[in-house]
Ligand binder design. Structure first.
Ligand code: GDP
Length: 300
């Protein structure tokens, strides 16, 4: 995955340095941990996350009694892998469905994060699994947003619920509520609500998102974050956590070539799992997120 290319190369190199050594000393471990620390920081992984990660790796590696290990280098790789899986949320977290349909999924995030695109991807993925999703245009901030969702909906073959001109235009909370009622009537078992996002965190918009959350009582609130936004990722995630209390994270633009480490910190900082990953502009560039597979790819 391009986003983690450089991080991946550096971690692999740091660990490869241990391979030639039969026995590992504490100073070998310290040297490797230092290199890992630098690689993570250079990839924009949050400082607190890096500190906790490297302290754990060091403690476990030194505690593992490497002098007795059959293959000490392999053991350190294993520890780094496990701790990386931990940062990424541990177990795979599947999408939560309501016991009584419709399941309501609300998307939140900054403008340009990839929410509308994600709405289409999610719809397609759900359809492939036998669901009948309804896409809801509750981003009434951007003039083109409703139309953009309609295009995405058409590509995904999903019905789009948009405000009728003159009826609730400008009130996304009402649109979202009406949409849930419509879904119940028309047998849509999943409702995906696309909400407005601005370039920066915005108090008024956050309140709007919180009101949509309150009015629709979603089963999932997914915070959509562009893996390329760098160091701002953590502050943005915290603001959305305070504002809408999201239940899961979607990482987008993992195909980009920027350092994606900040996005890797989000699960660890917020305690919310990464549920999906988006890896391109096409509808099929999308997959459920598997912490263990991602860790293996990074350490590949
Ligand atoms: P929104 O403002 O959050 O609704 O963001 P959009 O869905 O409109 O996406 C903003 C831009 O990012 C569009 O040009 C999308 O095609 C693009 N985009 C979305 N997801 C991805 C992704 O995973 N990879 C890449 N390369 N581009 C993406």
């Amino acid at each position: 995955m391009a986003t983690f290319g450089s991080l991946s190369d550096r971690l692999t190199a740091a660990l490869a340095n241990l391979r030639g050594k039969g026995v590992l000393t504490a100073s070998d471990v310290d040297g490797t941990v230092r290199e890992i620390r630098r690689a993570l920081l250079d990839a924009d992984v949050n400082l607190d996350v890096v500190k906790a990660f490297t302290a754990k790796v060091r403690e476990r590696a030194l505690g593992a009694d490497l002098s007795k290990a059959l293959n000490p280098a392999q053991q350190v790789v294993q520890i780094v892998n496990e701790e990386l899986v931990g940062i990424l949320g541990g177990q795979q977290r599947r999408l939560e469905f309501a016991k009584q349909p419709p399941t309501v999924i609300m998307l939140a995030g900054l403008q340009g994060a990839g929410k509308t695109t994600l709405a289409g991807k999610l719809a397609k993925w759900l359809e492939n699994d036998g669901h009948t999703p309804l896409l809801v245009a509750a981003d009434l901030q951007r003039p083109n947003a409703v139309q953009q969702l309609q295009v995405v909906g058409e590509q995904a073959g999903a019905t789009v619920f948009a405000p009728e001109p003159g009826n609730g235009v400008g009130d996304p909370v009402r649109v979202a509520k009406d949409a849930v009622r419509f879904a119940r009537d028309k047998q849509h078992d999943v409702v995906i609500i696309d909400t407005a996002g601005r370039l920066g965190v915005d108090a008024e918009l956050m309140k709007q998102a919180a009101n949509i959350r309150k009015a629709t009582d979603p089963d999932e609130v997914l915070f959509v974050i562009d893996a390329m936004i760098g160091q701002d990722a953590v502050a943005t995630a915290k603001a959305f956590q305070d504002g809408v209390d999201f239940t899961g994270v979607v990482l987008t633009k993992l195909d980009g070539d920027a350092r994606g480490g900040a996005a890797l910190s989000v699960a660890s900082i917020t305690g919310r799992p990464i549920v999906f990953a988006s890896t391109g502009e096409k509808l099929e560039d999308f997959e459920p997120f598997h912490p263990d597979r991602m860790a293996s790819r990074i350490l590949d």
